[in-house]
Design a protein around this ligand. Sequence first.
Ligand code: ATP
Length: 453
Amino acid sequence: MTAESMDKLVALCKRRGFIFQSNEIYGGLQGLYDYGPLGVEFKNNLKRSWWNSMVYERDDIEGIDSSILANPLVLKHSGHEETFSDPLVDCRSCKSRIRADHIKGNKCPECGSEDLTEPRPFNLMFKTSVGPVDDGSSFAYLRPETAQQIFTNFKNVLDSTPHHLPFGIAQMGKAFRNEITPRNFIFRVREFEQMELEFFVRPGEDEKWHKTWTDLRVDWWEKQGISKDNLELLEVPKDDLAHYSKATVDIMYKYPHGLEELEGIANRTDFDLGSHSRNQSELNLTAKVNKNSDSNAKLAVQDPETKEWLVPYVIEPSAGVERGFLAILNEAYRVEGLEGGKERTVLSLKPHLSPIKAAVIPLKRNNEDLVKTAKNLKNVLQSQGLGRVLFENSGNIGKSYRRHDEIGTPICITIDFESLEDGTATIRDRDTMEQKRMDIDSISEYFKETIDN
Ligand code: ATP
């Protein structure tokens, strides 16, 4: 079951402290959101899960964390200055600006007028001036994808690690796009985070690796709790491919607002490494650069046996953190009828993604012994390093259970008077609502098994 409505997710996110409108007290700024106490935990858990699967669980991928501000030459030679644009249309009646491919039936989506301009390219990159003089002479771009700094660091990583083809470089971090119409909550925003892998392979092996990475990425999303029934693979038509791509498969998810891209897996060929190699001379770094020849081209590899130089092809699985956040939240959300006509909202998140891993709740908020026992247990569980554990001293067990169901806490542990007598506590499961008593001493092991599965 899913939320099926964006409004429900937006309301839950605000009410419980997952996501807030950015700059809200000054009226906000379109296409920007802030992540609250639970949102930051959830986002970090999602990113950690990606990093684990990409870097820690494999031996052929290294991670980096590069600067957000990019030298304009990088984005010139990557082709972004010339081609990273969307078609922009103006409505002459209501003056709104619309992305041409978002217009249905040649009518302005805001006012219905058909008095629209012809589409013209609108570059999506943000510019900012660099240094103390703001006369436009020295500027940088806010990177529109994390990928380019992976390419520019290709040699640095290769020279400092023991890898041969195939191998990859992974990076997570902010990217910025001046979207014409940010919309659908956090689905299309102007500042977002990407989780990108550039996987370098021998030319000729690229198509095999493209398929392998598509399968791996679908499996990973399933492990984050997304049902395969809500995912579809879309082979991007040749005419719609990005300027660097030979082939792209988009992993599409059935969002509440429709079927849309969650992650793109592109075969970028040797476009980026080749282009940056050819243009090194502009930076006076390397005089002799010659793609596909015996050269000292900056961004090439030498075959250890044949000694032949080659510019690798690259397969790029590129996922958006926000789009993952929204999809997983939608999947996890359900409203259940309870006895007596009541309802409860539950987020059935996978425990590794839950913002709060467990809540420890004393039955009475003012009872020193209960509070002390609960705090001790919280500290023991917290010290396991599996994520945030909450000491919840609300004094209202029912209310605490509802709240933790709604934010996806897998287990609640209640310390009551029996706990003080026999050293047991009640453990309540979020999904089944089943309660059982357990020795406090064995809760630590149970917690580890539940969260670390
Ligand atoms: P779209 O066609 O939806 O604009 P795209 O094809 O331009 O997306 P890519 O350039 O392939 O997107 O970027 C890789 C990933 O980054 C996307 O699959 C998406 O998850 C994320 N992403 C891209 N643009 C945005 C955005 N404006 N807001 C949130 N996430 C984004």
